[in-house]
Design a protein around this ligand. Sequence first.
Ligand code: NAI
Length: 783
Amino acid sequence: MHRRRAGDRDGAGGGGVIGKVGVIGAGLMGTGIAAQVANAGLPVVLLDIVPGAAARAVAAALKAEPAAFMHPRNAKRVEAGDLDADFGKLADCDWIIEAIIERPGAKRELYQRLEAVRKDGSIVSSNTSTIRLADLAADMPPRFAADFLITHFFNPPRYMRLLEIVAGPATRPQAVAAIRDFADRRLGKTVIDCADTPGFIANRIGALWISAATRHAIDLGLSVEEADAVAGKPFGVPKTGIFGLLDLVGIDIVPHVGDSLLASLPPDDPYRAVHRAEPLIARMIAEGRTGRKGKGGFYTLHRNGADRVKLAIDLASGEYRPAGKPRLDSLQVGAKDLRRLAEHPDRGGRYARAVLLDTLSYAASLVPDVAATVDAVDTAMRLGYNWRWGPFELIDRVGATWLAEALRADGRPVPKLLERVGEGTFYRVQDGSLQTFTPDGEYHDVVRPEGVLLLQDIKRRSRPLAKNGSASLWDIGDGVACLEFHSKGNSLDPDTMAMLGKAVAMGGKGAFRALVIHNEGQHFSVGANLGLALFAANIAAWGEIESLVEAGQKAYRALRAAPFPVVGAPSGMALGGGCEILLHCDAVQAHAESYIGLVEVGVGVIPGWGGCAGMLARLATAPALPKGPIPPVARAFEMIATARVAKSAAEAQEMLVLRPTDGITFNRDRLLADAKARALALVEGYQPPAPVTLRLPGPSGRAALDLAVHGFALQGKATPHDVVVSRFLAETLTGGPKADPLDEIPLERIYDLERRAFMTLLKQPATLARIEHMLETGKPLRN
Ligand code: NAI
C-alpha cells in the first residue's frame, strides 16, 4: 500500500487509500483506536478538548496492561495535540474518527467544525456506542452526509476483534468500502454491517442480557457467585459471569448504556420491560464502588494483614461478606448441558431459564430488522462480548422448539424467526457447507469475505489426509497441506511428533508441494504436554522421556530438511515447543496477536527440541546483531534464561524469534490464506537450507555467563534453581566444554548438548517441583 502525499486533495474515497488518520477524543476508546492505527503502521493525529490530555493519554497507554501498543516505538506515530490549537492537523487526514463524549449535541457541533478543515473525500466516522447515524447526521450538509458513517469499536480496541459499521442512506459506498477494507486488513477487525438502530447489534443484545442477568439474580435470591457460575461457563460466557464482568468494565457503564438505549429504542421494545434501574447499582456508583477501577465492586479484595480475602456483595443488603464457592444441584447436572441446567427446579436452574428466555428471544426478534442474518448476530456477540456461542448457536444448543415452548408456557410472544425455524436449527451443514436459516425461511451458505480461508470450512467439506489424537493433516488446495494441532491447549506429545514425521514423509513422496502449520485454537501451542512429562518422570521412565525428546528433535529437524517449504502460521501463544517448531520453519506468517517465547526455564529445564540450536542459528546470521561468537550467545541466553515472551508479532520480530522477512497478518481470518500464499511463493526452485555451522565461545564464554548469573543471584533476581538451570543453558549455548571460538562446529552438537542438559535437569527434584506447580496453578514456581 503506498503512502499518499500530504496535501493530496483526493481523499480516501478516490482510490480507497487511507494513509493518515485523525482521532478526536483521547479517552479510553480514542486512545486505543489511535494506538491500533499506529500498530498498523500509519501516522495518527490524536486530539482532545482538554489541553495536554491527548499527550498524557499516549503516555498512559504506553504503560497500560494489556498493552495498547504492539511495540512501544509505535507510540511515535501518534501525534498528540489539543483540539483548538491543532485542529488544522486534521486537514490532511483521510479518515477522521470521532470518539468524544456520548452526547449527540457535542458530536454534531464537532462535525460542523470539521467541515471547515477536512479535505474533500476524507471520511468521518463516529465511534458512538448507542446513537443512531440518522440522529448524528440530521441537518448536516450533503458533503458531510456523503462522507459519514459509524464505526463502533469495542474496548479494548487492539484486542476486541469486532467492528460494527453503519452507513446512512447518503453515505458514499466507496467510503464504506474503503473503511471496511482498511479495518479488516490493516486493523484486523471483523466488520459487521448493522442497521441504523440504537445500540446496533452487540450492545443492544448485551445491554438486555446484562439487565436480565442482574435483575433475575436479585429477584430469585442468588448470590453473585451463584449467578456468575450459572450464567458464566455453561452459557459460554467468559468465566467472570455477569457481576465479575461488570466489575471489569465498570459498573457506572450500566445506567449510562441503559439511559441512552431507553431514550432511543422503540416504545414497545422488550428491553423496556427487562430493564430496571437497580437501587443497589445506584448506591454502589454513589459510593464509588464502580468495580476494579473504583473502590471494589460486586467482588472486592480485603486486606487482612498479609492475607487477602475475596469478598462478595450480598445482593439484598449491599454489604460485603466472604466470597464462597457456589453449591447448586443444577450446576452439578447442567454444567455441560444448558438445557438440563435451565430445566432444573432449583434457583440456579430457574435463573438460567429466565436469562436464556429473555436474551435468546430478544436476539431472535432483532433479525432481520437490526441485523440481516443470524450469523451476524452470533459473530457480534462472540467477538464483541467474548461469548463462546452467539445467541443462535445457543438456541441450537437448547433447541428452538424447547425455547418456543418455554416462551409459550410463560405466556410470552414467540419471535417470528423462532416460529419459522420450527423444529429446525439455525445452523446446518449441507454438502460440506455451513448454512444458516434466513428470515425468508430458507437456508443459505455462510459467505466468507473474499480472500478468507478458514480451516473449519475445509474440515467441514473434506476428510483429513492423515489424523491421530493430537494432530491432523488437511489438503487446503493448490497442492498445499495444513498441519493442525488439536490436543488440549494444542500441547505437544508423541502423537504430534508422529504426525509431523508423517507429514514430512508424505510431502517427500509428493503428496503436496508445501506445508503450513496452523490451527484455529485460541493458542497455536502452549508447548510440550507437561502432564505427560511429569507422569513419566514420576515413574522414572527416563528412557521413554529421552526417546520423546529425541523424537521431537528428529521431527523438527526433518521439517527443516524437508524437500518442500514449511510455513508456520501462529496466533495466540506459541510457547516452548510451539516456538521451537516456528524456529524450524522456512518462514512464518504470524497473526499480529502472537505471543511467542521459549519459556522452558519456568519449569526448570532448557529448550530441548532444538530451541537452543534454532535460536543460535537464527541469531548467528541476524544482520541486526554484531558479528562474532559472543553476541548471538549473549542474546539467546538473555532471552531463554528470562523466559521472555513477545507480547506481539512485532515484538517477536524485534527479539528475532521471527525474522524481519516473516509476515504479519492483522486479521486472524486471513492468516491461513496469507500463510498459504507465502508457502506457494517458496515452492518454485525450493532448496532446503544448507547445514549450519557455528563459532561459539566455549568455556570462557560460559564462565562469563555464569558470573553474570551469580551477580543476579546476589541481587536476589535469580533463585537457587534458576542458577542451576542457567548453568546448563550457558554450557549449551556456548558450545560445550570442547568448543573454541576459532573452530566451526556443526549445529548438530547443540542439539546433542541441549538434549543432554534437558534430561539431566528433568531428573532434579527442583525441576519436578516446578512442573508440578505449573500444572496445578498455571504459574511458575520460584524455587
Ligand atoms: P472517555 O470519557 O474515556 O473519553 C472521551 C474523551 O473525549 C475525553 O478525553 C474528553 O476530554 C474528550 N472530549 C469530550 N468532548 C470533546 C470534544 N468536544 N472535542 C474533543 N474531545 C472531547 O469516553 P470513551 O469511553 O472513550 O468513549 C468515547 C466514545 O466512544 C463515546 O461515544 C462512547 O459511547 C464510545 N464507546 C465507548 C466504549 C467504551 O467501552 N467505553 C466502547 C465503544 C464505544
